[in-house]
Design a protein around this ligand. Structure first.
Ligand code: CA
Length: 494
């Protein structure tokens, strides 16, 4: 070989090497960790002083923590179907507990998009809707979408049947009921270790999969069931929250419900759950113990990633499907469109990006396009979320002026803007309205919707909401029948 030819060959391989290196740079793994029914207010990185979450905090310390991230549906079914399919609930019509597949035809879901681009795509436990506790007790797939995965794994657990000290807090004023199943406030201080329960098994399986697939790109969804009810955790997680009497409840404001429409009073309240102060405090303590247990499992997954040497090759996301009330306004659980229920914790960690806190309004729906863009994959035009990847370089960057969330069970809609939170019940507002000034009244005690001084603002929001729904329904799914009515007046299942 002549020397010049040698150089040519050398430069050719050099170029090839660069291309491969560039490819590798964008070919990140995706580790998507989602907790169930987790309110941001329970995490120490979001300011909670009682419930310590050192593992989620350490992810926040190296990633971007979003302070104003919102779910698109305030309970499992619509929220999960939305961020996995890339459409708002009123675009697909998935307002209940179903897989989005019949409504999206052959369009790819978030993980399926990665699967079709050569990724190993797997889920461990709950990513789409899965009934908790029943689906976890059975180890069943729930409202899953098989096409989204290369492989899928469920993590069976005893839930409320776990041996230990259990108490039913809800609708049990005389204390005669033992720990019961269903979507009920139950606290179980459980015997045994982390692996007795579903989330311990989920972390173990996730760690195995990370090691097994460390040499090829993966999209791994890790879904934890806690702190969804029942609040079940090993005994070792309870001491910081005992005696339960030391838990501090949110302030009880006299006449708090007087200025809101009936639909605005959440389906779970201290009153209709028959929970006295002792039970309310124990509910908070039990929830926190479940959060602490879930946080420890997050730690195991993050450790596995680090041990596999994948920290620099992996985008890690931590979030929840929606928030949860812990006694604010004497509300409990989800469905409500108030901040504690509609906002979610959201942390995105991308190799090479500086840690940051971002106050821009973002939606769970933004994850699919954003992570696709970050991994160098095509971002399908039809997706209704926005690519927020620029916020990872500039946390002041804003991609939207409002976040949109719905509570179909209440025919409720939320438009959250920088300064305002506007909530409306029924599309024609016949179920009433709420307007909160989030600067002067961040805890949402004063509904301004009927205040004459805010009449213009309310009219503006009504028009904005009509326009938003029109925009949401104007999509490539084409005239799909919207099925807003849950078959029965059921309580949320997950
Ligand atoms: Ca949930």
């Amino acid at each position: 070989m002549r020397f010049s030819t040698f150089l040519l060959v050398l430069s050719f391989f050099g170029a090839l090497h660069t291309t491969q290196a560039e490819e590798k740079k964008t070919n990140y793994n995706v580790l998507f960790i989602i907790s169930d029914d987790l309110t941001a207010t329970a995490l120490s990185c979001y300011g909670n002083k009682v419930c310590k979450t050192p593992n989620i905090d350490r992810l926040a310390a190296r990633g971007t923590r979003y302070t104003r991230a919102y779910c698109q549906g305030t309970y499992c079914g619509p929220s999960r179907a939305s961020f996995m399919s890339g459409y708002y609930p009123h675009a697909t019509g998935v307002l209940g507990y179903r897989s989005p597949r019949p409504n999206i035809g052959n369009r790819v879901t978030w993980s399926q998009h990665f699967k079709n681009n050569g990724y190993y795509a797997a889920r461990v436990s709950k990513i789409y809707h899965m009934g908790v506790p029943i689906g976890i007790e059975q180890g069943s797939h729930g409202a899953d979408d098989e096409a989204s995965w290369t492989e899928r794994f469920n993590s069976q657990g005893p839930e409320w049947r776990a041996p230990g000290d259990g108490e039913t807090l809800q609708n049990n004023p005389d204390g005669k009921k033992p720990a019961v199943g269903g979507n009920t406030f139950v606290v179980v201080e459980a015997d045994g270790d982390d692996l007795v329960h579903s989330d311990g098994k989920t972390a173990k399986k996730a760690a195995e999969l990370i090691h097994l697939h460390k040499d090829k790109p993966f999209w791994l969804g890790v879904g934890f069931a806690r702190p969804h009810v029942p609040f079940v955790a090993p005994r070792s997680y309870y001491p910081p929250f005992k005696p339960y009497s030391k838990m501090v409840l949110p302030p009880k404001v006299k006449g708090d419900w007087d200025d809101i429409p009936k639909a605005g009073i959440n389906y779970c309240t201290s009153l209709n759950m028959k929970m006295d102060i002792r039970r309310q405090k124990k509910a908070v303590g039990g929830y926190y113990a479940s959060v602490a247990y879930m946080d420890a499992q997050v730690g195991k997954v993050l450790d596995a990633l680090e041990q596999a040497g994948l920290n620099e090759k992996t985008i890690v996301i931590f979030t929840s499907d929606h928030g949860f009330h812990l006694g604010e306004h004497d509300f409990w659980a989800k469905v409500s469109l108030r901040e504690e229920s509609a906002a979610v914790p959201m942390i995105i960690s991308v190799p090479g990006k500086k840690p940051a806190v971002c106050h821009s309004l973002v939606e769970l729906l933004d994850l699919f396009p954003t992570v696709s863009a970050l991994c160098g994959l095509e971002v399908p035009d039809r997706l209704q979320g926005r690519d927020i990847s620029q916020t990872l370089d500039d946390p002041k960057h804003e991609v939207r002026t409002s976040a949109f969330s719905v509570a179909p069970m209440r025919k409720g809609f939320l438009l959250r803007e920088d300064k305002w939170a506007y909530i409306q019940y029924q599309e024609d507002a016949s179920g009433g309205m709420e307007l909160f000034d989030m600067e002067k009244d961040p805890k949402q005690y004063t509904n301004l919707a009927k205040d004459p001084g805010h009449a213009k603002k309310v009219e503006e929001f009504k028009a904005k909401l009509t326009a938003k729904l029109k925009e949401v329904r104007n999509n490539d799914l084409k005239a799909l029948p919207v099925k807003p009515k849950p078959k029965r007046k059921s309580k949320p299942k997950g």
